[in-house]
Write a protein that binds this ligand. Structure first.
Ligand code: SAM
Length: 356
């Protein structure tokens, strides 16, 4: 991956809700100069410091705008939970929903040229108390503070990440620049299968440990074939709650619990909870979760990025929460090209519309 060495050419990046640094790593690899990062979480901060450098550990609500240096680009992966379809979907009624307003407060003061938000797909459907869609409120609030906004549900595997992970990216460009953001074109790759991704993993590589399955999972996982799911588990071996679902599978919309991707498939979304029921976290042929290093590779972290956390579950959480660095790299590159005037945005936009 390209790292621009000449400091003069670097854009300055302020990163909010930085986590362990997935988004930041992608921007850094493209040559951005990270001038400020922030997260509240111990495990995230520990890993960030080990790999990327300084990060302020504080609640964003306690950070005054004057503590933040000027920047060209601001990124903010404000927490997923309030908007996640897997979570409680309390949305803006949840106290954490207001963290978006913290981003607006800082953007209003710092006025970066570009802003990038990342969130789960649920953000597209969730409604505010007034019945309006949250995504439209975000657009309106960004418009009010002077930004043109484009948003898209992107698939990480379209940008070289070996994972079918869907996330919403929202990119704003300051209106006075008179430019619109166009999402980068998908990149085709036939090297995204688990066989390619987990190739050549030496046993002494850091983070080769895995989080043990629960006793219940240990009993049922051996029945699941490579490429299979809970449907391979004999009925009498299922836990009671799953028997109820199996008895009435249409009512429950045919869930695909305990998905075990095969060596020749692209992995599904690695989530922060890393539960085998709801996320394809099972190794193709060994009866265990992926190791920390294996999920790091599936998230496109390089092998020299080392994870440190107070617990093994903490490591899975920070990795599952991260923006895959390769996806961030693609966005970082596109923003950089547009800000430098290198992309013929009008032409690209027309091409994209023609495909729709
Ligand atoms: C989805 S993760 C961000 C992941 C990050 N963008 C990456 O690529 O690794 C959201 C982060 O927001 C942090 N967070 C939640 N509430 C916060 C707050 N009040 N102040 C600062 N950080 C907060 C969490 O600790 C978590 O690391």
């Amino acid at each position: 991956m390209r790292v621009i060495k000449d400091v003069q050419t670097m854009f300055k990046l302020v990163s909010l809700f930085s986590g362990c640094g997935g988004m930041d790593l992608g921007f850094h690899q493209y040559g951005y100069n990270i001038v400020f990062a922030n997260d509240i979480d111990n495990d995230a901060v520990k890993t960030y410091r080990k790999n990327l450098g300084d990060i302020v550990q504080k609640d964003i609500k306690e950070i005054h705008e004057d503590e933040i240096p000027d920047c060209d680009v601001l990124t903010a992966g404000f927490p997923c939970q309030p908007f996640s379809s897997a979570g409680n979907r309390k949305g803006v009624a949840d106290e954490r929903g207001t963290l978006f307003h913290e981003c607006i407060r800082i953007i209003k003061k710092k006025k970066p040229q570009a802003v990038v938000f990342e969130n789960v797909r649920g953000i597209l459907s969730i409604k505010n108390d007034d019945g309006n869609k949250l995504i439209h409120s975000i657009e309106r609030m960004m418009d009010d503070v002077g930004y043109y906004v484009e948003y898209k549900l992107v698939k990480a595997s379209d940008y070289g990440v070996p994972q079918n992970r869907y996330r919403v990216l929202i990119v704003g460009l300051r209106k006075d620049l008179n430019k619109r953001f166009v999402f980068p074109k998908p990149i085709k790759s036939d090297k995204l299968t688990l066989r390619h991704t987990l190739n050549n993993l030496k046993p002494d590589i850091p983070n080769s440990e895995h989080w043990k399955l629960s006793p219940q999972s240990q009993e049922i996982v051996p029945y699941i074939k490579e490429g299979g799911s809970w449907k391979d588990i004999p009925y009498d071996k299922l836990p009671e709650r799953m028997k109820k679902i199996r008895d009435n599978i249409k009512k429950y919309k045919s869930p695909n619990f305990y998905r075990r991707y095969s060596w020749d498939e692209i992995c599904g979304t690695i989530t922060a909870a890393a539960t085998p029921e709801n996320c394809g976290i099972l190794h193709p042929t060994e009866d265990r979760r992926y190791t920390v290093r294996e999920i790091a590779r599936i998230q496109s972290f390089p092998d020299d990025f080392v994870f440190e956390a107070g617990s093994i579950a903490g490591m899975y959480k920070i990795i599952g929460n991260a923006v895959p660095p390769r996806l961030a790299y693609a966005i970082a590159g596109q923003i950089s090209e547009i800000l430098e005037g290198k992309v013929n945005v009008e032409e690209e936009f027309a091409e994209q519309l023609a495909i729709l």
